[in-house]
Design a protein around this ligand. Structure first.
Ligand code: 6GU
Length: 230
């Protein structure tokens, strides 16, 4: 799977995508992430990428020409399944959207900045607008990093234990159960007996009950989806 990320701040994306599971996915040849500095497509001597908004008001808007030039160059090199724009007014990213995106081959991500991109870029190119939650970030880069991480780890073969994503929170509309490691007793607190029993069936049942309990109390909205079988 290949991501091409168009950004005015490539530095912000380098570290988060060069460690841990993302780095391993790249080393295994399962994930490619290419950063494109929009500034290189900027206009004039100052490589301008933004401008004042028509109609007045504070805040700059990303001009269409540099974005179009970068997108057209990429599209001439390979077909893209999705052109994503990260923006607080997009659809909220959740696990089911991540699952769907993990089946795609090539995705462009446009990182929104300032007041956002000129609306005509959205009309002409963008196929999917994604928000990572109901709060405002100063730019789309951190949202793009979240998206690549959440989707990249779902590519088959990326996780060590192939089944482990199946037990993630949200994967079946339930939160993950509590986990414990050694020592079996710490600071006067013990690990639930059942986890030490070696009885896989009882352990599975306990974990499922705990997942249900956690989901009901912490995320009644997610519990409703589980009960509805969505
Ligand atoms: Cl995708 N971008 C920005 N700037 N803020 C956000 C966001 C995206 N998602 C939530 N807040």
């Amino acid at each position: 799977m290949r991501f091409d990320i168009i950004t005015v701040l490539p530095e912000l994306l380098e570290s988060p995508l060069n460690h841990s599971i993302m780095q391993r996915a790249k080393d295994k040849g399962l994930l490619e992430v290419h950063l494109h500095n929009l500034r290189e497509y900027g206009l004039g001597r100052h490589r301008q990428v933004d401008d004042y908004q028509f109609g007045g008001g504070a805040g700059m808007v990303m001009r269409p020409e540099p974005l179009a030039a970068c997108i057209e160059k990429l599209k001439s090199e390979r077909p893209y399944d999705e052109i994503v724009y990260t923006t607080p007014d997009g659809v909220r990213l959740d696990q089911s959207l991540c699952n769907r995106l993990s089946l795609r081959e090539n995705i462009i991500i446009i990182c929104g900045h300032y007041k956002g991109v000129d609306e005509r870029i959205r009309q002409k190119y963008v196929t999917l607008e994604i928000s990572i939650g109901d709060y405002v970030l100063s730019g789309g880069e951190l949202a793009a990093a979240v998206l690549v991480d959440a989707v990249g780890r779902l590519i088959p073969g990326v996780l060590n234990d192939e089944t482990s994503a199946l037990f993630d929170s949200f994967q079946d509309n339930l939160l993950a159960p509590p986990v414990y490691t050694r020592p079996a007793e710490w600071d006067g607190m013990t690990v639930p007996e059942v986890l030490l029993s070696g009885n896989d069936k009882l352990i599975d049942e306990w974990r499922h009950e705990q997942s249900i309990e956690r989901t009901k109390t912490r995320r009644p909205d997610v519990w409703e989806k589980f009960e509805g079988g969505v």
